[in-house]
Design a protein around this ligand. Structure first.
Ligand code: SAM
Length: 213
């Protein structure tokens, strides 16, 4: 996501510890206590500017949401949306998804969302794609048995690669759409990228996949 560097972003994020826990690793195994309930926890990896995760939190008050975003300059935009929404069931973490297993106990996350992940089209960058085997291993570590990934993108190449990667991993394809906005899928919350690309007439690809033992 192209956003100018905001040197003040970290200070701003630190001002809201109720939304941005300072040391996420300290809450490993105790995220339900952070939210103050036993509701399921859904995470979005590569949350960007937060429209999806905040919208989902408003739409589904009985689910706890955690947005994960590498860039503080991007996450600070999501923070403003969360402050404005003023709901207790959404938090954000400015971490690299590579440390997910340091932040969540096995089975602590009930669902992983990936939305418009960076496509990294060059073969030599395959390892950076959020649907590369290494990341599928990580999500599996924090999800329960038969946990699910819900994935959407405008990028046909990334979608094709990801279906292949999920299949190589032995995952079950539970739902697939090659044109989400013309499908019968209900309750879709658009991301910032989704709004941008669908406005240009590009179809949105979406799938739900489930880990098998
Ligand atoms: N999901 C948002 C949307 O649909 O509007 C943002 C999409 S943007 C193309 C991808 C985002 O993923 C970027 O903001 C990037 O910083 C973040 N990202 C990429 N790799 C990541 C990683 N390993 N851990 C956390 N965030 C990551």
């Amino acid at each position: 996501m192209r956003t100018r560097n905001k040197p003040w972003a970290k200070d701003r994020l630190d001002e809201f510890p109720s939304i941005v826990p300072a040391i996420p690793q300290e809450h490993k195994g105790k995220w339900n206590a952070v939210f103050g309930n036993d509701n399921p926890i859904h995470i979005e990896v590569g949350m960007g500017k937060g429209q999806f995760i905040t919208g989902m939190a408003v739409q589904n008050p009985d689910v706890n949401y955690i947005g994960i975003e590498l860039s503080e300059s991007v996450a600070v935009v999501a923070l403003d949306k969360m402050i404005e929404a003023d709901v207790p069931n959404v938090k954000l973490l400015t971490i690299n998804a590579e440390i997910l297993a340091d932040v969540f106990e096995p089975g602590e996350v009930d669902r992983v969302y990936l939305n418009f992940s960076d496509p990294w089209p060059k073969t030599r960058h395959e390892k950076r794609r959020l649907t590369f085997k290494k990341f599928l291993d990580l999500y599996k570590t924090v999800l329960p048995e038969n946990g699910e990934i819900h994935f959407k993108t405008d990028n046909r190449g990334l979608f094709e690669y990801s279906l292949w990667s999920f299949s190589q991993y032995g995952m079950l394809l539970k739902y697939v759409s090659l044109d989400l906005h013309k499908s019968d899928f209900e309750g879709n919350i658009m991301t910032e990228y989704e709004e941008k690309f669908s406005a240009k007439g590009q179809p949105i690809y979406r799938c739900e996949v489930q880990y098998q033992e």
